[in-house]
Design a protein around this ligand. Structure first.
Ligand SMILES: *[C@@H]1O[C@H](CO)[C@@H](O)[C@H](O)[C@H]1NC(C)=O
Ligand SMILES: *[C@@H]1O[C@H](CO)[C@@H](O)[C@H](O)[C@H]1NC(C)=O
Ligand SMILES: *[C@@H]1O[C@H](CO)[C@@H](O)[C@H](O)[C@H]1NC(C)=O
Ligand SMILES: *[C@@H]1O[C@H](CO)[C@@H](O)[C@H](O)[C@H]1NC(C)=O
Ligand SMILES: *[C@@H]1O[C@H](CO)[C@@H](O)[C@H](O)[C@H]1NC(C)=O
Length: 175
């Protein structure tokens, strides 16, 4: 009994460690996370046009809107409504209520985000224009090495999940 419990606990710990690794790996593979406004977050009295001018947005990146949920929200609008600060007929309402909203940059056209709570007029509006994907580095060997590594890492994930599942299963059935 004591021994079986040990095996089960060991398998659980291994699975947990693996899942943690997996969760930490995924964002690295699929793009970088950008906190909108940096240390200021998503708030009034920040000119996000100026902020965005300092950023490079790539396809596959993630925008993190961090803000006071009692003061603001995150509404995606079209270009016209971005210019006039109107949240009528939004393209998408990203507000979940936690003051922490995530937007994946998974389309190539420009995106427009505003706060519908009045601060849009003072600059709380963000236009995201994607940069073209960076040109491949000049040194050909370095490039092929790094891309092979990325592929290797993503191909590693699924087989590793299956392996863990098999180990887990065999441990449980031995008990
Ligand atoms: C943009 O970057 C420059 C140089 O890093 C910095 O001095 C400036 O304050 C930044 N502007 C904004 C709006 O973040
Ligand atoms: C944006 O949506 C409004 C309706 O809310 C519409 O009147 C306007 O033509 C749209 N503008 C664009 C550029 O699609
Ligand atoms: C956006 O969604 C939130 C949560 O569902 C809701 O409370 C809010 O009224 C919506 N805002 C707009 C402008 O549609
Ligand atoms: C982009 O991602 C959102 C959710 O993150 C999803 O609802 C939408 O369908 C995706 N669009 C495309 C073109 O993949
Ligand atoms: C934000 O900065 C841009 C670029 O300098 C400027 O054109 C715009 O008027 C500013 N927005 C506000 C609301 O002050």
């Amino acid at each position: 009994m004591g021994r079986s419990n040990g095996s089960t606990k060991w398998a659980a710990a291994l699975a947990l460690a693996f899942c943690t690794t997996l969760i930490m790996m995924v964002p690295e593979v699929s793009g970088k996370r950008l906190i909108v406004g940096g240390s200021m977050g998503w708030t009034s009295n920040v000119n996000y046009t100026l902020w965005a001018g300092n950023q490079t947005f790539f396809f596959g990146d993630w925008l993190f809107f961090v803000y006071d949920r009692n003061q603001n929200d995150v509404i995606e609008v079209n270009k016209t409504n971005y210019e006039t600060c109107s949240a009528e007929n939004p393209v998408h309402n990203y507000t979940t209520g936690a003051g922490r909203d995530i937007v994946e940059l998974n389309v190539t056209h420009d995106r427009y985000f505003i706060s519908s709570k009045g601060s849009c007029y003072s600059g709380m509006k963000l236009q995201v224009h994607l940069a073209p994907l960076p040109p491949p580095p000049r040194a050909a060997p370095a490039k092929s090495q790094s891309s092979r590594f990325t592929i290797f890492r993503s191909q590693l994930v699924i087989p590793a999940v299956v392996t863990i599942a098999i180990i887990w299963d065999s441990l449980l059935h031995r008990v």
